[in-house]
Design a protein around this ligand. Structure first.
Ligand SMILES: O=P(O)(O)OC[C@H]1O[C@H](O[C@H]2O[C@H](CO)[C@@H](O)[C@H](O)[C@H]2O)[C@H](O)[C@@H](O)[C@@H]1O
Length: 278
């Protein structure tokens, strides 16, 4: 039984073009919910091992491979154990929605100082959580951003709804961006989106065959950039790691996978097809 399916012709068009022109192909992937299963504690996220196997093949065959994530670069590097996967050398990691960059195999990463607005937001966010009356809500302090996670709460949807206006107010006061996601509300200083990150990557690499794989609202700007690129003759495919939590994202899919397991199956299929044709 297939755990992924093409929704539009763009799915087959991408597969054909990637197999025929791998050096012109850019495969960009989100981390949580796409390459990693969703888990209650963000520290427990792991790169899906079958996706890691497929990426190992694809890294040596495709022109360009990238992870574009809301996590910090150092966090993805650690959680995905990227330093222990030398075969992924050259994989570009764009963290903080594109605000940070690192490549597997590179020795140096720069870490910007903690923004004052994030430091100022933390006690206000904690007070908002206490005042909301919901227990179990956790703050993920990402240094450059704060993630307020309602998944561990006794009422994730209720806590999310109650906290949203309070965090919007804090973001407004401190000039921060509020990024909504799957049971997470994130405050960050940067206004850069995954769309900006993908647009720059396409320009930098000159890729003519591009897929972006994602599962959450933060991936939608990158899907919009694929539509723009399509207008410029790029073979573009929006791959969605589907979930019942973000049905609006699935509505954008050219190819729809059953969550991270389905994504791993599709990546393995892509890797097998490309390796066979090489
Ligand atoms: O752009 P991504 O790589 O998808 O990162 C987006 C956010 O993902 C993480 O939160 C999500 O995954 C957690 C672990 O599975 C889950 O507990 C949470 O409910 C999800 O929203 C991460 O913790 C955030 O910092 C990222 O911004």
């Amino acid at each position: 039984m297939h755990t992924w399916r093409g929704v539009t012709d763009a799915a087959d068009d991408f597969m054909r073009a990637a197999v025929e022109r791998p050096s012109e192909t850019l495969l960009a992937l989100d981390f949580d919910g796409t390459l990693a299963a969703i888990v209650p504690n963000p520290e427990d996220s792991r790169l899906h091992e079958r996706s890691a196997e497929a990426l190992t093949v694809l890294a040596s065959r495709l022109g360009h491979l990238a992870i574009i994530t809301g996590r910090g670069v150092e966090t993805v590097r650690r959680l995905a154990r990227l330093d222990e996967r030398p075969a992924l050398k050259g994989l570009i990691v764009l963290g903080g929605y594109g605000a940070e960059r690192w490549e597997v195999g590179a020795s140096f990463t720069s870490q910007a100082p903690r923004p004052e607005a994030i430091a100022a937001a933390l006690p206000r966010v904690e007070a908002a959580i206490s005042g909301s009356g919901f227990s179990g809500v956790e703050v993920e302090d990402k240094g450059q951003a704060l993630g307020v996670h309602t998944r561990p709460s006794n009422d994730p949807a209720g806590a999310y709804k109650a906290l949203l206006p309070r965090l919007v107010a804090i973001a407004g006061d401190l000039g921060l961006t509020l990024e909504p996601g799957r049971s997470v509300l994130e405050l960050r200083t940067s206004k850069v989106t995954k769309g900006d990150a993908l647009r720059e990557l396409i320009a930098e690499t000159g890729a003519r065959v591009v897929a972006m794989c994602g599962d959450d609202l933060g991936d939608l700007p990158a899907f919009e950039v694929l539509q723009e690129a399509r207008g410029e003759g790029v073979v573009a495919c929006r791959v969605v790691s589907g979930s019942t939590e973000q049905v609006a994202v699935a509505e954008q899919a050219d190819l729809l996978a059953d969550g991270p397991d389905g994504m791993a199956d599709w990546l393995q299929h892509l890797a097998t097809r490309i390796a066979r044709e090489a």
